[in-house]
Design a protein around this ligand. Sequence first.
Ligand code: CAA
Length: 382
Amino acid sequence: MNFELTEEQQMLQTMARDFAQKEVLPKAPEIDQNHRHPAELVARMAELGLLGVAVPEAYGGSGMDNVCYVLAMEEISRACASTGVIMSVNNSLVCDPILRFGTEAQKKEFLTPLASGKKLGCFALSEPEAGSDAAAQRTTAVRDGDAWVLQGTKNWITNGPVADVVVLFAMNDREAGHRGISAFIIPMDTPGVRCGEPDDKLGIRGSKSSQIFLDDARLPADALLGEVGGGFKVAMSTLDGGRIGIAAQALGIARACLEDALDYSLQRKTFNKPIVKHQAISFKLADMATEVDAARLLTLRAAWLKDNGRPYSKAAAMAKLYASDVANRAAREAIQIFGGNGYVTEYPVERHFRDAKITEIYEGTSEIQRLVISGHLVKEHT
Ligand code: CAA
């Protein structure tokens, strides 16, 4: 066993940390306050190769591994969780399925501009009546000659209002249940495709999400991603990778809580000494640091398994379950350490508290992660 990062992994980590601290962190409060999509930071991430980290260079990516992706996601999310999820969706939920299931023509047309950051993607699985129960799709895809005609509504689509391309799921055969779901790659300017108003959210306010309405959207036959009826497997296997990205986002938020609380507790004095000298505070910091490390190890392990062609569905669910729990606990404790100052927007921890919550919800709630993990446990023991 070797816990050392390779030279390439260290280089990427240093580059991402430098960018995050110098360019992302100073803007994070303003992005949050103004609910602003950080277009200029997305453009910089494109220049730095962060929008297609694990995509081969031949398709516009950086040709690195998923460990690199996790390291970069942690750094960006430590500075700004909104910017982190924009990066995560493009990498994990859009580039990854096109790389794994796309035809050569689809890779050239869509993957190359997405991985190089010339275009931005979104992933549309959820619907008003299909969140945790992802197979309960109501959006329909009907074959009409050579075309597919799509009708329906997608919900909470991260990057939706700012995306150029969507990987979208629809039911082509209701009788067949989850085997009647197909995946499509759709340019967002296709007639009949329209976004709703951006969602007004508790946290990650710089990340734009909305409904997507499909109103007789006509797609060419080659818009299909993978096999007819193979969409549910595309979605589930994509989410396995996505959960590694969200675990890394949660890890970044948890680290922000720890670092901000540690800084504060060294400066803030009560009863004639810095509050870090009070055991009530220092023990909280010790627990936060231990949990942040454990979350990082779980997340890196899941990425390593993916990089090495091993099964990683259970490890990804464990990493997301634990890291999102850690982020929320760390945010709560950070506010407690900051006291009254933790409750006002002048300090960063109330933002971390609001940003942390979504990591327990999207890309599968914590309850769904437990379902996935327990499902694997049963399979492994029978
Ligand atoms: N990889 C490949 N195939 C998989 C799979 C995986 N990880 N998991 C399941 N499948 C396959 C099964 O093998 C099965 O195939 P067969 O029919 O050939 O046997 C099929 O899928 C159905 O499996 P299940 O019976 O387990 O499916 P289910 O309907 O019970 O659902 C679930 C399982 C885990 C609950 C699933 O619905 C799920 O993950 N729900 C959560 C959805 C989710 O994460 N949504 C996130 C939306 S995207 C988002 O949040 C993005 C964002 O904003 C940032």
